[in-house]
Design a protein around this ligand. Structure first.
Ligand code: DAH
Length: 347
């Protein structure tokens, strides 16, 4: 009987190690230690063992039982670990580079922004930056748009509560309200207050207006602003620069057109239309792209520039609109959805 018990443990060891699934395990367990199993059968033979050998045999049976239980526990542990692994999927080393990442690509808005800055750098403009959280002064007042000015109505704004504090955004006076800038024109003021003319800056950036999102509107969009201040600057210079930048970006066939308009910070003011029917998907003869004009003397006076000495032009335009024209995109929402199928087209 002793030999049978040892053989039972040895066989169990090999059999259990080969188990892969829970049903296999349950079957093996029943075969070994179940009520109709091999160990139980051996225990039933105790009656045939001579009396004096029974204590030793009983001990041996108990040891066998413990050994079998340990083997069963180990086998179950292995199966459970395999089940967990199957649920988790193949082993992942999160520190390795993603296998399907490939080289990154630039966002179409980044491509247009960088291309416009490159085009403007070629003619002496430098890139200027300004905060997206602005104060009323830089966004409106300094641009000749005081609180009661009707022109404020055209730019529905996101204001912060009076308790909001942005220590890194300098205020012009202590009790101004903060808002998300509605246009990049605020950078004109920050730039002029920082330095002396001549000035030639381009300032691309994110802007915000209270708007309901649809194919052509988004509450969060991007603009590109330019300011040029020097002596004897004329509307002709402005028109020439616009012809140059749009010709460079969209092709020589591009036409520009001024329509008289009103902006409180320029006089005269125009809206700029682009004629770009050579581009794919452009159906309309003229497409509005931005606003511009000659810097108003009151704006110069406000930043301490003598309007008798200095003159300048400024313009602002939507980057999304430019990218939509250039790439034939017909819905502004594609820019913000982060859909790789869209983004990968600009690789
Ligand atoms: N800030 C205007 C807007 O967002 C665009 C604009 C018009 C910018 C005239 C200018 C300008 O610099 O001179 O609609």
């Amino acid at each position: 009987m002793q030999a049978t018990l040892t053989a039972l443990v040895a066989k169990a060891q090999t059999d259990l190690a080969a188990l892969k699934t829970r049903p296999e395990f349950e079957a093996a367990k029943a075969r070994l230690v179940g009520p109709n199993g091999e160990l139980t059968a051996l225990m039933k033979q105790m009656g045939t063992v001579p009396k004096d050998q029974r204590p030793a045999m009983g001990k041996l049976i108990n040891e066998t039982k413990t050994a079998l239980q340990a083997l069963l526990d180990a086998a179950l542990g292995t199966i459970e670990a395999a089940e967990l692994q199957a649920q988790l999927g193949p082993a992942v080393d999160a520190t390795l580079p993603s296998p399907d990442a490939g080289p990154g690509t630039y966002h179409p808005l980044t491509l247009v922004r960088e291309e416009m800055c490159r085009i403007l750098r070629k003619v002496g403009f430098t890139v200027a930056d300004g905060p997206e959280v602005e104060t009323e002064y830089y966004c409106f007042d300094a641009l000749n748009t005081p609180a009661d000015h009707p022109a404020r109505d055209t730019q529905d704004s996101f204001f912060f509560p009076p308790t909001a504090r942005f220590g890194n955004v300098s205020k012009h006076s202590p009790d101004e309200k903060y808002l998300l800038r509605t246009h990049t024109s605020s950078v004109q003021i920050r730039t002029m207050l920082k330095g002396e003319p001549p000035i030639r800056i381009v300032s691309p950036g994110r802007t915000y207006r209270r708007d309901t999102t649809d194919a052509t509107h988004s509450a969060n969009f991007h603009q590109l602003e330019c300011l040029y201040v020097d002596k004897n600057v004329t509307v002709r210079d402005l028109k020439a620069l616009l012809d140059y930048i749009f010709g460079s970006l969209l092709g020589k066939a591009t036409k520009t057109r001024f329509r008289p308009h009103y902006f409180s910070y320029t006089e005269p003011s125009f809206e700029v239309d682009l004629g770009a029917t050579h581009l794919p998907k452009v159906k309309k003869e003229w497409i509005e792209i931005g606003g511009c004009g000659m810097v108003d003397s009151s704006v110069f006076a406000g930043v301490g520039y003598d309007p008798e000495v200095w003159s300048g032009y400024a313009f602002g335009m939507g980057l999304e609109r430019l990218a939509m024209l250039l790439y034939g995109i017909d819905d502004i929402r594609y820019f913000y959805q982060n859909d790789l199928r869209f983004l990968k087209q600009f690789a």
